[in-house]
Write a protein that binds this ligand. Structure first.
Ligand code: GLU
Length: 288
């Protein structure tokens, strides 16, 4: 999937969104709760009988996972969580949300702090050594956020030059940028939102991560920043779960595919990330 026209598309989509917002449109209504019965001993049966599920997500990423005024996160990842919970017979109000940052996602799954993680979480082989992934449910690509007008002229890892780039510890963004940019020019923090101040002060000239995370931060901060109009990686977003829980992985993959077909995935997108970004086609689930 290519995002070379993202900025133009974003501009058009923002205009459309402003029109929508003006009409007071808000359709993050919870999906209908199912009454399926699951085989004894499965994670699905356990969660259903507990009547709750703990989901790890980001709390500082507008459009995907951003803590709202009451502390409950909002965004596309959150809506995907509601779709999965509903299929388990769990109402959105019974989801226990836990903040995860990039570097604690695998340990939180391995240690059972959370049942699943839905947090702009790239599926890759290294992570699959310790956890499993359902999905993908979206495919992003890594890019750069820079000060408006791009004074340092950064358009790719190769054009970073002597500048400094900020990103998050334990992310694929950190690993990818370090393939080209020397480690002493890469500033690492816990959360992407912590990279904005270093750009304001001139300590860093860019923030690098997935284009859609960057688009959310630009949308949130007004006229200060812009996203570079190209990507240099593919980041398929998956749902992290305990390694070896194949029944649960199949259930989540089935639920995702159903949401692609019945329109609930597109509705979740349009109510969140779709307020700023164009609606993509659903990706193909990888049942490895
Ligand atoms: N999708 C990338 C990752 O999983 C970058 C975004 C993030 O850190 O959540 O590492």
């Amino acid at each position: 999937m290519k995002f070379t026209k993202l900025t133009t598309a974003v501009a058009a989509a923002v205009a459309a969104t402003l029109a929508l917002t003006a009409c007071g449109s808000d359709d993050t209504a919870s999906p209908e709760v199912a009454s399926t019965s699951f085989a004894d001993g499965t994670t699905m049966a356990k969660l259903q009988s507990a009547g709750k599920i703990t989901i790890g997500t980001k709390y500082d990423q507008p459009l995907f996972g951003l803590a709202g005024p009451d502390g409950t996160p909002e965004g596309f990842d959150v809506e995907i969580g509601k779709i999965i919970a509903a299929k388990l017979g769990i109402d959105a109000g019974k989801i226990e949300w836990t903040e995860t940052v990039s570097q604690n996602r695998e340990p939180f799954i391995e240690n059972g702090n959370v049942d699943i993680v839905i947090a702009t979480y790239t599926i890759n082989d290294k992570r699959k050594e310790v956890i499993d992934f359902a999905g993908p449910y979206y495919i992003a690509g890594q890019s750069f956020l820079v000060a408006k007008g791009n004074p340092a002229g950064i358009t790719s890892p190769e054009t970073v030059g002597d500048n400094k780039v900020c990103t998050v510890t334990g992310s694929t963004s950190e690993a990818n940028i370090k393939e080209t940019v020397p480690a002493d020019q890469v500033i690492t923090v816990d959360k992407y939102s912590d990279c904005l101040e270093p750009i304001r002060t001139g300590e860093a000239q860019a923030l690098t991560t997935d284009n859609v995370i960057l688009a959310g931060l630009v949308d949130q901060t007004g006229d200060e920043f812009e996203v570079v109009d190209s990507t240099f990686t593919e980041e398929p977003y998956g749902i992290g779960l305990k390694k070896g829980d194949d029944d649960f992985r199949t259930f989540i993959n089935d639920t995702l595919e159903q949401s692609f077909e019945d329109g609930s995935w597109a509705k979740a997108w349009e109510a969140t990330a779709g307020k700023v970004l164009p609606t993509p086609d659903p990706p193909t689930v990888d049942r490895y």
